[in-house]
Design a protein around this ligand. Structure first.
Ligand code: ZN
Length: 158
C-alpha cells in the first residue's frame, strides 16, 4: 500500500472509530521462552542442568497439551523443555516428523485477547482464537506456522 493509500485508509470512519475506543497496537514485551521438544526430560536434563548449570524450576504436566514441561530460567527469558505424555500429542507428533529440538518460540504480550483480535483482523492464521491456560497458569495462544514462515509462535501473557 502506498503512503497516500494508508493515509486514506486511516481516514475511514471505521478506523477512526476503533482508535477512539482507545485500542492500541499490540505490544511484544520480550521473548518469554523457547520451547524445546524432548523424548524425555530426564534424558536431556543433565546437559541443560548439570553441564550448562541452568536451574530447572518446576515441572508440570499440562493435560490439555498432552505434555510435561520443565522451565529453566535464563536471564529475562526461559527455556521450556517439553516431553509428550501421549503418542498423539503435539510434541510426540513434532518429534516423529522433525526430531527433537526447538519446537516453538513464545513472545510475551501485554494483552493477549487484544493481540489475538488484532492478528485476526490482519488476516493472520491462528491456532487458538481464544487464550487457553498454559504451564504456570499463563494465558497462551498459538499462531499457525503458515502465517509465520514456519515458526510455531506462541503468545503468552502472565
Ligand atoms: Zn511454550
Amino acid at each position: 500500500m502506498t503512503a497516500a493509500g494508508r493515509r486514506e485508509g486511516a481516514g475511514r470512519g471505521e478506523r477512526v472509530g476503533r482508535r477512539s475506543k482507545g485500542r492500541e497496537r499490540m505490544k511484544i514485551l520480550k521473548i518469554d521462552h523457547i520451547g524445546i521438544a524432548a523424548k524425555s526430560i530426564d534424558q536431556v536434563a543433565p546437559f541443560w542442568n548439570e553441564i550448562l548449570g541452568l536451574p530447572i524450576e518446576g515441572r508440570q504436566t499440562v493435560e490439555e497439551q498432552k505434555a510435561t514441561t520443565a522451565f529453566l530460567p535464563v536471564g529475562e527469558s526461559e527455556l521450556e523443555i517439553l516431553e509428550s505424555t501421549a503418542s498423539d500429542g503435539a510434541i510426540a507428533k513434532f518429534i516423529e516428523s522433525r526430531g527433537e529440538g526447538i519446537q516453538h518460540i513464545a513472545l510475551r504480550v501485554d494483552n493477549l485477547e487484544a493481540a489475538l483480535r488484532e492478528l485476526k483482523e490482519k488476516g493472520v492464521r491462528l491456532i487458538d482464537e481464544k487464550p487457553r491456560t498454559g504451564a504456570g497458569g499463563a494465558k497462551i495462544a498459538f499462531i499457525h506456522p503458515k502465517s509465520t514462515n514456519g515458526v510455531l509462535l506462541e503468545l503468552s501473557e502472565r
